[in-house]
Design a protein around this ligand. Structure first.
Ligand SMILES: Cc1cc2nc3c(=O)[nH]c(=O)nc-3n(C[C@H](O)[C@H](O)[C@H](O)COP(=O)(O)O)c2cc1C
Length: 201
């Protein structure tokens, strides 16, 4: 079976992407508008990019009408954001914040999600997140245009807030972090079943 992406409408190609490219990590992104309104939303087109300079990215896709996500609009206005990591315990509030609230309405306030102040950037952190990366905008790369086109937001990591409860011997412990991954449709996966493989020398 061969799926010809050149003949697929954008909405038809999307399920093939998310059902095959998984599990995807989830960036729970806090931003702030020029008017000072906070915003919080999850993005699973998300990755670390490189360590020098320490860089990560997430993609805010335009919606079906071609409108940009509030997170991208905010980062254009105030070029800073925080990526909060999502453990299993925060799966429900994370999901709630994917609701399309009107621009300027804060998911933090609407869903009663506690904030903690950031150190180097204006957007607050999610207080209950075990790891939060404070980032300054590096660049936004536009892929395509119109409905479902991508706005790839690259950020330089300035600092990370790490809860001691997920650290063992000075390092982040994946057994304690309990992150979740996004699969296709409404499916998620949990990282409780870990295995190791030794790298070839
Ligand atoms: C787990 C999860 C992952 C998501 N990943 C993305 C993504 O990578 N890109 C995207 O544009 N929307 C993604 N969404 C949908 C956005 O969270 C949703 O459109 C949200 O309303 C955007 O908020 P904003 O307009 O306040 O930025 C995801 C939703 C969930 C629940």
């Amino acid at each position: 079976m061969v799926i010809d992406f050149q003949k697929l409408a954008p909405r038809e190609s999307y399920p093939w992407l998310i059902n095959a490219i998984n599990p995807r990590p989830i960036a729970w992104v806090s931003t702030i508008s020029a008017a000072g309104k906070t915003n919080l939303a999850p993005f699973s087109f998300f990755q670390g990019i490189c360590a020098s300079p320490p860089t990560l990215m997430f993609t805010g896709a335009n919606d079906r009408t071609g409108k940009m996500k509030d997170s991208v609009v905010n980062v254009e206005q105030v070029p800073e954001f925080v990526v909060n990591i999502v453990p299993y315990a925060l799966r429900e509030p994370m999901n709630l914040t994917s609701a399309p609230l009107p621009h300027g309405e804060s998911e933090f306030e609407h869903f009663n999600i506690a904030t903690a102040p950031s150190t180097l950037v204006k957007p607050p952190r999610v207080a209950a997140s075990p790891v939060s990366f404070e980032c300054k905008l590096d660049r936004i790369v536009r892929i395509g245009e119109g409905p479902l086109a991508g706005n790839v937001v690259f950020g330089t990591i300035l600092c990370a807030h790490v809860d001691e409860s997920v650290v063992t011997g000075g390092a982040l412990d994946p057994r304690k972090l309990d992150t979740i991954g996004r699969m296709g449709g409404d499916y998620y996966t949990r990282t409780t079943e870990l295995f190791t493989i030794k790298r070839p020398t």
